[in-house]
Structure formats: C-alpha cells, structure tokens
Design a protein around this ligand. Structure first.
Ligand code: KG4
Ligand code: ZN
Length: 334
C-alpha cells in the first residue's frame, strides 16, 4: 500500500465536491456542497446557475477539504479533476481550479472520467477482482461496463434514450414530486399495495442496451387517461409498475452480462444505486446465482470527489498525467 495524497475535484453537474484520498483507497476528507435546493424550484439542473454556484463554492470547499485532512498543499502528490462527461460550464470551474493548483504547486494533473469515478467508488470500500461487470445507473447514465483489468473498460450496453435516473425524475415530476424525484418514486413503489403492469423494453434478444422512454411515456399516458376520465390517480400502483419494469430489465441484463463475460463480481454504482427495490432485487439474484455484489455506501453512490480520487489514483500509478492545457470534454467517452 502507498501513502501518496491526491486532491480530487468534481463539478460535472450540481455538486461542488473536493476530497483528499490517500493511496487511492483511503478517504482522508470528502466535502460536498449540493445545489439541489437552488435547482429544485426549476424542476431540474439549470446549467448557467450551476456554473455560477460552483464558482462561489469551489475555493471554500477546497480549503475545507484540506483543513479536514490536516494536510498542507505541500503534502499533495497530484491534483485530479473530472474532465467529463457533464455540463461544460460546470466542468470548467473544477478544471480551472485544479489547473491553477497543479501549476502553483508544480504537481501532475490527472483528468478523470466521471463514470470511471462512479465505478471506482467501489475501490474505496471493496476489493475489486477482474474481469467484473459494472452496472452504472445515474441521472445521466445507464451503462453496462466490463472491467477487463484495472482501469480498462469496455462498454457493452447503454441506454438508447433516457437514463434511468432521468426517467425516474420525469415520472416523479408528472406525479407532482420535487426534483430529484427518484427517491420519492422508490418510496411510493415500496408502499404500494397494487401494481399497474407496464411494458418492459428488452430490445433485441442479445442486446445489453436499455430504453426507458417508452416506459416513461406509458406512465404519462396512464396519468393523462385518469385525468381525462376524472378518475383518481393511482400514483402508488403506477410507481410500483414503473419500478418493477425498470428493475426487471436492469437485473436481467446485468446478470446476463456477468454470465456472458464470466465476471467474478457485479458492481452497482451511480445515484440510482440508492434505489431500495433495485438493491434488494439485485442482491437476491446475485445470491441465487453465486455472484458477489459490490455496492458502495449511499454517500459514495451520488456524485462526490472521493470517487474521482480513487479512479485518478490508477492513472497516477501508471504515470498517466494530463497536460495543463486540458479541456472540458462534455461528451468524453470511457
Ligand atoms: O449519480 P447521481 O447523483 O448524479 C448523476 O451523475 O446523474 O444520480 C442522481 C440520480 C437522480 O436522477 C435521482 O433521482 C436518482 O439518481 N436517484 C434515485 C434514487 N436516489 C437517487 N432514483 C431512484 N431511486 C432512488 N432511491
Ligand atoms: Zn454522477
């Protein structure tokens, strides 16, 4: 085990986050300033406001992360930052801050992929063995990724339209819940006594891709129908039907991917990994099939900088540094 300290910065969406990580796996400090309350009244993240809020918070969050770590800037070995994907103006704020620090301290800069971060959040709490499969489920992503070896990814499935979290948020919105609505739909679904059965989008028999827009439309159509007929809205039964459809497809395809590549583990990550129904269903299927399931604690599933430090450390080990003229890459591929 090694002791180098990496300071990591994450500003790809609506959280301003800075962490200090020791040896790639130990969280020394981990700070997050969430903008959810700011964006809530708009029903989603407003990019321009997100950038402005990042500018206001980044220096303070950086100082807090360093103070909590009890470290001096001279103790750092590298500066890591999310390079993409994400909102370009939001990414830029973190990148500028990270570049300035790297330049002032004469330290290597490590541009990091946001999804590699979500995946390697697991590294902060679990031992990952290869090959394994990661199911990445967040507000912006739904992907099945094969981890061939350390830091080597192969995407075998992705959503063709909405990300899972996005579909949750849209369904929640149509049921009058505030942003982000995923947790509200999760709660409603688990409390429901009835279920309105909704379609599952399996796509081609051998496909690992996903599609959630048809399901989302089915929910909206059902809501509109109730309105037009003047009938009471069956929100619980709809939430349960929606969640059952999402989980059925995610769990089935994830386990099929595990079998197809002979994966030794299944990793679950991203904000939707907080979904209680999904966790329970995956745990049951993995147990039945003898597949170890790794899930980070909730605070490491949603956007944070510790996960960026964990992913960046693998690049640090191989001397894969990023030039100081690095640009934000809103559509960066894994
Ligand atoms: O990973 P994340 O924090 O941000 C992105 O990178 O997108 O994920 C946020 C997403 C939101 O869409 C939110 O509604 C969803 O995760 N989410 C959930 C739950 N908790 C958060 N979706 C379903 N059930 C939950 N319990
Ligand atoms: Zn994320």
């Amino acid at each position: 085990n090694t002791n180098e300290l990496i300071l990591a910065v994450e500003t790809s969406c609506d959280e301003t986050a800075v962490a200090v990580i020791r040896g790639g796996r130990e969280i020394v400090s981990n700070f997050i300033s969430s903008q959810i309350e700011t964006h809530e009244r708009f029903g989603g993240v407003v990019p321009e406001i997100a950038s402005r809020k990042h500018v206001e918070s980044i220096t303070l969050i950086m100082e807090q992360a360093m103070a909590e770590a009890g470290a001096s800037f001279r103790d750092l070995s590298a500066i890591a930052v999310t390079q993409g994907p994400g909102l370009v103006g939001a990414l830029l704020v973190g990148i500028m801050a990270a570049k300035s620090l790297a330049m002032a301290l004469d330290l290597p800069l490590i541009g990091t992929h946001h999804i590699a971060g979500h995946i390697y959040a697991n590294r902060l709490v679990h031992d990952i063995v290869y090959p394994s499969v990661a199911l990445v489920v967040s507000g912006g992503h739904t992907e099945l990724v094969v981890l061939e070896s350390e830091g080597v990814f192969r995407i075998i499935g992705r959503t063709r339209d909405d990300a899972v979290g996005e579909a949750y948020d849209k369904v929640a919105r149509s049921l009058q819940f505030p942003y982000p609505g995923g947790p509200h739909v999760d709660k409603l679904a688990l409390e429901a006594e009835e279920e309105i059965v909704l379609p599952r989008a399996w796509l081609e028999p051998d496909s690992f891709d996903f599609s959630f827009s048809g399901l989302k439309s089915a929910v909206l159509a059902s809501i509109n129908q109730s309105r037009m007929k003047g009938e009471p809205l069956k929100a619980e039964a709809l939430a349960r039907g929606f969640q059952a459809s999402v989980i059925d497809v995610l769990v089935t395809k994830a386990l099929r991917a595990v079998q197809a590549v002979g994966a030794k583990q299944l990793l679950l990550c991203g904000g939707v990994a907080a979904n209680r129904g999904l966790r329970a269903a995956l745990a049951a299927r993995c147990e039945a099939e003898g597949v170890p399931l790794l899930i980070p604690p909730h605070s490491l599933c949603t956007d944070n900088a510790a996960m960026i430090g964990a992913a960046a450390h693998l690049k640090w080990k191989h001397g894969e540094f990023t030039p100081l003229d690095m640009k934000a890459e809103p559509g960066l591929s894994l």
